[in-house]
Design a protein around this ligand. Structure first.
Ligand code: AMP
Ligand code: GLY
Length: 421
């Protein structure tokens, strides 16, 4: 098979790495890719959101399977476009990519299918939402409806913070049309976990659980980021919690979509809050999580290409996923200043030494290769990933490898995995 992976992050390098292990895979392209995907794949200089050019490329190269990493092309309808051209593609169609593309749509579907989630209201102007916030009190959560690169969610601890967030979304219009509507919802308490499931439209096959670390500083302090690290499995997702996720979330979702004649094909990401009254959905993403994927796929024993084809062809019931019993941890190494402003173009040293640590991989995110050197090219630069007998052991190895890496102003959290330890 010839495969095209779309995207340029650590998730995509990890997908490329996992797909190279499949006997069925002969050649991989990555568009646009990063410094780490060039080698195991051929980088193609087409932007991830340039749906038409990507489809032209897939046609011309006779690509057998396209795997879409990020949400933007999915929400733009890349799957519909590829299918119109008879090209095999892994991901949901535009009508269900809206589960991530519109928080209002996602909340309305959850309410309709009785999937547990925070109580909410939907608003399209400042005054209505202000009234609701005053009635409900704080803490309260405000979410811009559309895509906002993970920055459109505000957890407001008091009325001032809530009204400030409301102003940012509706008056300042910081997120443009993504803020035409907003969701205001109850603030849930508990521990967060991520659950990814392969879905072929009839069957949902969950992957191993994981947990992300969204804040920039140790102890989960400071501003939100794209994710500073992850580990799998998340012990907080116990057997009892899994049963509830299956019964209370996955089943009603599968049945609800089936009643509407809609097929969700691809991987669905459930961002969960494990509350005293059971798991509740904070958000859906219609793609693999980043950095969760980097902590999950090294534990997956199955052939990923085979599972992806089965997902597209509706045969997931023939598969069970099997997992390496070891724990996996992913530490994100970032450019100093991220998620605010940061500098690029710093030479990265120590990559060869880092991968000498046993059971350790380095996935690239914001890097590029120039004159046989690797340079930083983004906020999240590298993912140091280690497998170990338990989280503690995996953590020790990942940090040992991280110590080998060096570039000017590099930053990483020192406490990835703390909740599990
Ligand atoms: P989302 O993009 O919707 O997952 O929101 C980003 C982050 O905001 C989540 O990972 C949570 O930490 C937090 N969050 C979102 N919704 C809620 C909620 N209803 N209650 C508490 N925290 C929330
Ligand atoms: N790790 C969170 C996300 O992929 O959206």
């Amino acid at each position: 098979m010839k495969i095209l992976v779309i995207g340029s992050g650590g998730r995509e390098h990890c997908l490329v790495w996992k797909l190279t292990q499949s006997d069925r895979v002969k050649e991989i392209f990555c568009a646009p890719g990063n410094g780490g995907t060039e080698g195991p794949a051929k980088n193609v200089n087409i932007a991830a959101a340039d749906v038409k050019t990507l489809a032209d490329f897939a046609n011309e190269k006779k690509i057998d399977l396209t795997v879409v990493g990020p949400e933007v092309p999915l929400v733009k309808g890349i799957v519909d476009e590829f299918q119109r051209r008879g090209l095999k593609v892994f991901g949901p169609r535009q009508e269900l990519a809206l589960l991530e593309g519109s928080k209002v749509f996602a909340k309305e579907k959850m309410a309709q299918f009785s999937v547990p989630t925070a109580d909410f209201g939907v608003f399209s102007n400042y005054q209505q939402a202000e009234q609701y916030i005053c009635d409900k009190g704080t803490p309260i959560v405000l979410k811009a409806d559309g895509l906002a690169s993970g920055k459109g969610v505000f957890v407001a601890n008091n009325k001032n913070e809530a009204l400030e967030a409301l102003k940012i979304i509706t008056v300042d219009r910081k997120f443009g049309d993504s803020g035409n509507k907003l969701v205001v919802e109850q603030c849930l308490l508990g521990e967060e976990a991520s659950v990814l499931v392969f879905s072929d439209g009839k069957n949902m096959l969950p992957l191993a659980s994981s947990q992300d670390h969204k804040r920039i500083y140790d102890g989960d302090r400071g501003p939100n980021t794209g994710g500073m690290g992850a580990y799998s499995p998340a012990p907080v997702v116990s057997d009892v919690v899994w049963q509830k996720i299956n019964l209370e979330i996955l089943q009603p979702l599968t049945e609800g979509l089936a009643r509407e004649g809609k097929k969700y094909t691809g991987v669905l990401y459930l961002g969960l809050m494990l509350t005293d009254s059971g798991p509740k959905v904070l958000e859906f993403n219609v793609r693999f999580g980043d950095p969760e994927t980097q902590a999950i796929l090294p534990r997956l024993k199955n052939d990923l290409a085979e599972i992806m084809i089965a997902t597209i062809e509706g045969n997931l019931d023939r598969f069970t996923l099997s997992w390496d019993n070891r724990a996996c941890i992913c530490v994100v190494v970032a450019s100093g200043g991220y998620p605010g402003e940061y500098e690029k173009g710093k030479e990265i040293h120590g990559l060869q030494q880092a991968i000498k640590v046993p059971d350790t991989f380095v996935f690239h995110a914001g890097t590029k290769r120039e004159n046989n050197k690797y340079l930083t090219a983004g906020g999240r630069v590298l993912n140091i990933v280690s497998l170990g007998e338990d989280i503690g052991r995996a953590k020790q190895q990942a940090y040992q490898a991280a110590q080998e890496i060096n570039f000017e102003k590099m930053y990483f959290r020192r406490d990835i995995g703390w909740r599990a330890l």
